[in-house]
Design a protein around this ligand. Structure first.
Ligand code: FA5
Length: 288
């Protein structure tokens, strides 16, 4: 009887062990036919991608990229750019000033990337050929084309024999590389205190092909004009050279300041600048 019971106990023990082993191996078993876990990959923000595109284009024609401070002094943001106190242009660039202890020298959030023209020329003798991508700030009310923080790329080329033709050629080269060869370009006279002559640069509307109309009527992007304003530019005003110790009789140059958010909106058909700042993943995912 006892051997019978021992045999039954052994039989049961083996059954339990085998069962436990099978259960354990079933738990660890990997089903190779199951789909993997998808881990979402991040990507660079569209504005960073556009910066990179612009840097690559200018890099290919001998420009280098420099970086500058977002907190500036009034001297670099205004005075050295030929914008003295009470100049009406300061109204267009409504400025964020930093709250500082009484008596401390004034500081502000730069309203454009142009202060880097001065900082670059102070550091470097001609020839100069730089672009400056960066963030700038203005007390503008947010709407579809305005933000209080936005992005610009400044360009500056100074040498002993730079002409207006070099300027227009460089700008047209950039625009055709960026938008494609079929885009048309034009210059209109404008005014900036730090360039003379100054121009606004327009491109034919990329939404209606420059016709001013689409199949559904007047083009809403260019409002029927067939042209879209892209940026301000011009030949460096000789007065600016006086602030950096360059001899205006010996050097000439050109400068431009491109609004990157609006440029990206044009190229990628985005109709609200706020989309760049809301960090909505559904928007960001469209530009991997
Ligand atoms: C300037 O800022 C000059 N520094 C440009 C320049 C540089 C002229 C060098 C000559 C030589 P303006 O204020 O027009 O110019 O601004 C340039 C671009 O910034 C505009 O064409 C527009 O695309 C963009 N911009 C201006 N304000 C805003 C804003 N609140 N939100 C988004 N983009 C803006």
């Amino acid at each position: 009887m006892r051997s019978y019971v021992d045999a039954k106990i052994e039989e049961r023990r083996v059954a339990i062990e085998v069962g436990a082993e099978e259960a354990a191996s079933a738990k660890d078993r990997v089903d190779l036919s199951l789909p993997g876990v998808v881990r979402p990959l991040g990507s660079r923000h569209l504005i960073r991608q556009v910066f990179q595109e612009i840097e690559d284009i200018f890099f290919s024609i001998g420009f280098s990229v420099v970086d500058g401070p977002e907190i500036e002094t009034p001297y670099y943001n205004f005075e050295a750019l030929n914008i003295p106190e009470f100049h009406p242009v300061r109204d267009d660039m409504d400025t964020f000033y930093l709250e500082l202890p009484k008596g401390a020298p004034g500081l502000l959030l730069r309203t454009h990337t142009s202060p880097m023209q001065i900082r670059t020329m102070e550091k470097q003798k001609p020839p100069v050929r730089v672009i400056v991508p960066g963030r700038v700030y203005r007390r503008d009310n947010p709407d579809a084309t305005h933000s209080f923080a936005f992005h610009q790329v400044e360009g500056l080329a100074v040498d002993t024999d730079i002409t207006f033709c070099d300027f227009t050629g460089t700008i047209e080269y950039f625009v055709k590389q960026f938008f494609g060869p079929s885009v048309k370009t034009r210059f209109r006279p404008s005014y900036f205190p730090f360039t003379e002559p100054s121009v606004e640069f327009d491109v034919s509307c990329v939404f209606c092909g420059g016709n001013g109309t689409t199949s559904s009527g007047t083009c809403g992007k260019c409002k029927g004009a067939g042209w879209i304003e892209l940026f301000g530019a011009g030949m460096v005003d000789p007065a600016v050279y006086g602030f950096v110790g360059y001899d205006p009789k010996k050097v000439t140059g050109f400068a431009f300041g491109i609004g990157i958010d609006r440029l990206a909106m044009l190229k990628y058909g985005i109709d609200d600048i706020q989309a760049f700042f809301q960090n909505d993943v559904r928007f960001l995912k469209q530009f991997p």
